[in-house]
Design a protein around this ligand. Structure first.
Ligand SMILES: [Fe+2]
Length: 263
């Protein structure tokens, strides 16, 4: 089975730019590339920071774009999002959490939005109750988690100040369940590793990135390439590919080299 992970769209009202870039154009390019090459994916998960300032116009743009996207998409919120404005456009009520089952596994999409003035994440008692119920229903089957805020330090001073607040209570919920992977956003970087025995991965955002070394560029954010992830899942195997779809140009190969042994 194949599924897609995208994160941190930071959409602004159509026509506006953010840090000199167009998040709307970038999302359009991302969705077009996915539709062309991965239209067979079982689903797509977008792990929050859907809108830069939580504007209704940004969510309306997202809804329009997704209506033409052929892959079933599950949305989460990040610290830049506004839950009430999101609900105005996408409907429903309460926390933006959902769960699906595919291929004998459970995929759980979590809402870690704490709300202003904090940019950290929160997974409080009502949300933990929901997750506990979902995990109880897995009956030992594998579960994959998707969320905006990582529940641990990633080793970046700016990010570690605004991770998930109540990480110990969150971690306690996962103990004893077969959690195969956590996919998160927020970091605006490609990251992979393991936390409490659970493999994890994160991705660059679609608009701007966070340099690994804060003073390596003159601004807080950088223009490193956006990426989407293609996840291949088969029994005990989980493979996470990341694709810098805007930077996939031709290599400077001669025709002779292309005909011959090129590897
Ligand atoms: Fe973000």
């Amino acid at each position: 089975m194949k599924f897609i992970h995208i994160t941190d769209l930071h959409l602004v009202p159509p026509g506006d730019v953010l840090w000199g870039l167009s998040p709307n154009d970038r999302l359009d390019a991302c969705l077009a590339d996915l539709a062309a090459h991965h239209g067979d994916a079982a689903f797509c998960a977008i792990t929050g920071d859907l809108a830069e300032r939580g504007e209704t116009a940004a969510y309306e743009a997202l809804k329009r774009k997704l209506s033409a996207f052929p892959v079933e998409t599950h949305l989460m919120l990040g610290n830049h999002d506004d839950r009430a404005n999101f609900r105005k456009v996408f409907g429903g009520e309460g926390f933006v959490q959902s769960a699906i089952g595919r291929d004998g596994a459970h995929f759980l999409f979590l809402d870690t939005l704490k709300g202003p003035p904090s940019s950290a994440g929160l997974y409080d008692a009502p949300r933990r109750d929901w997750l506990a119920r979902q995990l109880a229903q897995t009956n030992g089957a594998p579960a994959y988690l998707f969320m905006h805020h990582p529940p641990f330090d990633i080793g970046h001073a700016l990010m570690d100040m605004i991770k998930l607040d109540d990480a110990e209570a969150f971690a306690g919920l996962l103990a004893g369940h077969d959690i195969r992977h956590i996919f998160f956003g927020h970091a605006h970087r490609t990251i992979s590793g393991r936390w409490r025995g659970i493999p994890f991965s994160a991705l660059p955002g679609l608009n701007h990135q966070l340099p690994l070394v804060s003073n390596s560029v003159a601004t807080v954010y950088s223009d490193e390439p956006p990426m989407y992830a293609v996840v291949l899942m088969d029994g005990d195997r989980t493979v996470v590919h990341s694709d810098a779809f805007l930077h996939r140009g031709r290599a400077q190969m001669t025709e002779e080299a292309e005909r011959g042994t090129w590897y």
